[in-house]
Design a protein around this ligand. Sequence first.
Ligand code: ARG
Length: 463
Amino acid sequence: MTTPNAWSDRFDETLHPAIARFNASIGFDIELIEYDLTGSVAHARMLARTGIISAEEGERLVQGLEQIRQEYRAGNFNPGIDQEDVHFAVERRLTELAGDAGKKLHTARSRNDQVGTDIRLYLRAQIDQIREALRVYQEALLSLAQENVETLIPGYTHLQRAQPISLAHHLLAYFQMARRDWQRLGEIRARVNISPLGSGALAGTTFPIDRHFSAELLGFEGVYNNSLDGVSDRDFAIEFLGAASLIMVHLSRLSEEMILWASQEFSFITLTDRCATGSSIMPQKKNPDVPELIRGKSGRVIGHLQSLLVLMKGLPLAYNKDLQEDKEALFDAVKTVLASLEAMTILLTEGIRFRPERLASAVAEDFSNATDVADYLAGKGVPFREAYNLVGKAVKTSLGAGKLLKDLTLEEWRTLHPAFEADIYEAITPRQVVAARNSYGGTGFDQVRQALTAAEAELGQGQ
Ligand code: ARG
């Protein structure tokens, strides 16, 4: 803590140690180091190209920065709290390595445009990774769906059995959510991929920089048009957290279903030993810890979105130190989303086993074919609302008699309405009930097969 402050001789005293710790971000922003080095290399090249520094100085800077990269990767660059943040830590090491040239790196730049550049580079790379992980998760959903086109499962509304559906159809609903997540991140990536570098502290710079050149070196698609906006915009981070929150919401919903399905009351799946845990006291238990954790972790990511919105809402232009608080939220959201996607993918591939016998009896032993009886009558010309009321009566009578609709005799059906014929029995088997919902996007087997083909094509399978 005896190291002089990184800033100018305007200061006579060093920071109070507790304040130094409070102020420092090096404990977490070291995560940005690779992006910081890459950003600085581009800045150094731009300075040399525009003649702001000599070509030779530019070269020394680039070499020094690459050496720091090697040191970091080898585990030999571990700046302490006295370095305040990753940007100062790199600059100081660079000055040790490149002498006076090192001191020129920060010409025409501020940590404000620098840190903005770093998080954009970081986020761009993480978005690409998350989109990859989403694809792997989609593959897992798809292959489970491919195996279960004809497996029937109760479909619910209000968590009451509603109509039976194909299990593949159910799984493909999650495939669609993941598909939107993948697209959404692609759209956000375009807004992340804009360079603030060269905005300076807030107002631009007196040097003849070339912002487009450094942006191009870094693979940015464009540059911020306003320097104040460039250093203080975090919309892209909020959008990212919004997309991350939605991914977690989707994973959490699937987790909730798995938790229900694994309960004794449902018993639709069993959890494999590879992915379930035991209780420390109740020997009979097998707990769905993994989906529970995913469900729980969704709260963290949603919380980070909330943090960043609140962080931004009162900030006057331009940079304010509050913005240092954006990082841990982003880092944790990225890690949580990646870990949750991976865990869910493993659950789908080897963590759960559907129980066909339980599913078969679940779809056979209820009144979830009632709509089909009404549709049957409506198909014979009875107005749907009238048919609906008749079937309501049939359900009531059956319930009273301890029967299901399939147990009613043809006479009983006929007393209800003369349009009933013997084919009513076939029309209300679970299989037929599912097969008949052949409207576009429905659960009918033909529709589900078409949806699978589209999903396969999207993932580049079967070509
Ligand atoms: N560690 C700071 C952050 O994360 C870097 C920028 C500091 N800028 C400043 N003007 N103090 O935001």
